[in-house]
Design a protein around this ligand. Structure first.
Ligand SMILES: C[S@@+](CC[C@H](N)C(=O)[O-])C[C@H]1O[C@@H](n2cnc3c(N)ncnc32)[C@H](O)[C@@H]1O
Length: 388
């Protein structure tokens, strides 16, 4: 389906794809005029706020389709807090936003924008399955030696990738790190999970320690990718590999079916703006931050691979159709969770405004006439052997 040695990103349509610490809300929405239907036209001039972002009122002014639920799954603050009140470990003292739990900032200052509850974990695991389909069952692209002895999965999430990797390399000690303790306890003997904030430098692992370091979907988490990848470089053995997979937060279409001003168009714009406010870029793919960091760190054989991941089952190619269906299922599994923190805590929208926007967004995501995709990029490179 792909060749690791070249950069490519064909259109799924062609059927040939080979490939809080609470923030002060700085961007309270301002009232805007009523605009055309979200999927049928561009907004009229004068209704945008910053960089093409429509105000929350753009969505609340529009009727919701009777089949849609604007109330979503958002709850009240505090309903989960009470369930954790008896736990003494501060690591479990999660922050709650509208009833969803997020990483506890009592451990480190790390801020993370998706919840760490079961709903978020299930979405994460569906997306893992989707990427496994893309890669024909493979978990990595770097040309790994079967005798590797130490691997690290940074920001391991539910640990699903690390579990599969530990099964594939039973003689390799695999370590998955995260700032939230939502990994399983029953794991293969060669797999361990630890709490660790990857943005704290220097990393505490010894230099030249791991044969392979895997990083996936850390967009919106890393303030400085150069510094982050430099740490990974330092902790990798000479001759070892570091590999990153990131997905763009911007939905695109190649045939004009994704209209400017529509909910899916706004999704990307809000994420990009929020990344600036939040100090952790979301459009890591669009800005090319990872490959730039690999080059700055002086990895060799830096290889990039791109994939246009269809959103929904609109692609003609049966495999891409299945991939798109899983991508959509993963997004719909926890769409509120993905936008809640960013839209409310960073952009200042109310719970009701977020709920209405999500209803419009969900409807467009399910529209088979919108041929949207998201660009994914893998970058991997080898740490050079010291000069003789
Ligand atoms: C979108 S999930 C991806 C999980 C996993 N890498 C995967 O692909 O299935 C991102 C994960 O990164 C973790 N994370 C965010 N900031 C982090 C940090 N500073 N250090 C370590 N992990 C972090 C989050 O807690 C979350 O579990």
């Amino acid at each position: 389906m792909d060749s690791p040695s070249e950069k490519k990103s064909p259109s799924p349509e062609a059927g040939k794809n080979p490939g809080p610490k609470s923030l002060s809300p700085e961007a309270k929405s301002s009232p805007g005029k009523k605009s055309p239907s979200p999927t049928t036209g561009s907004p009229p001039a004068g209704t945008t706020t910053i960089e093409g972002i429509l105000p929350a009122s753009h969505w609340t002014d529009q009727p919701i389709h009777p089949d849609d639920d604007a109330d979503s799954s958002l709850g009240d603050d505090g309903d989960v807090a009470s369930s954790t009140a008896s736990l003494t470990s501060s690591i479990m003292a999660y922050r709650t936003v509208h009833g969803r739990t997020f990483h506890s900032d009592r451990i480190t200052d790390a801020q993370y924008w998706t919840p760490n509850d079961d709903q978020a974990t299930e979405a994460n695991d569906i997306i893992h399955h989707m990427l496994t389909l893309v890669q024909d069952g493979k978990l990595y692209k770097a040309p790994l030696n079967e005798n590797i002895s130490r691997a690290l999965d940074v920001g391991t999430g539910s640990g699903i990738w690390a579990l599969d990797f530990a099964d594939e390399f039973p003689n390799c000690q695999v370590l998955g790190t995260d700032i939230s303790p939502n990994q399983p306890t029953w794991v293969p003997p060669n797999l361990k999970f630890e709490m660790d904030d990857a943005t704290l430098v220097p990393w505490t692992f010894p230099p030249n320690h791991f044969d392979y370091i895997h990083v996936r979907y850390l967009f919106g988490s890393i303030p400085d990718w150069n510094s982050f990848i430099a740490q990974a470089f330092n902790c990798t053995k000479p001759g070892g590999w570091v590999e990153s997979y990131e997905a763009s937060c911007v939905f695109r279409s190649d045939d004009g079916t994704l209209l400017e001003g529509s909910p899916m168009d706004q999704w990307g714009k809000v994420f990009v703006e929020a990344g600036k406010k939040f100090g952790r870029p979301f459009d890591v793919v669009g800005e090319g931050l990872v490959q730039a960091a690999f080059r700055e760190a002086e990895f060799e054989e830096v290889t990039e691979w791109e994939f246009k991941c269809p959103i929904g089952g609109w692609a003609k190619d049966p495999k891409l159709k299945e991939i798109g269906e899983f991508a959509l299922a993963g997004i719909l599994q926890d769409i509120e969770g993905w936008i809640l923190f960013v839209w409310s805590q960073v952009m200042g929208w109310s719970k009701e405004e977020v709920g209405v926007y999500v209803a419009h967004l969900r409807r467009q995501l399910r529209d088979p006439n919108v041929h949207a995709y998201c660009l994914m990029r893998c970058v991997y490179g080898r740490k050079p052997q010291p000069a003789a």
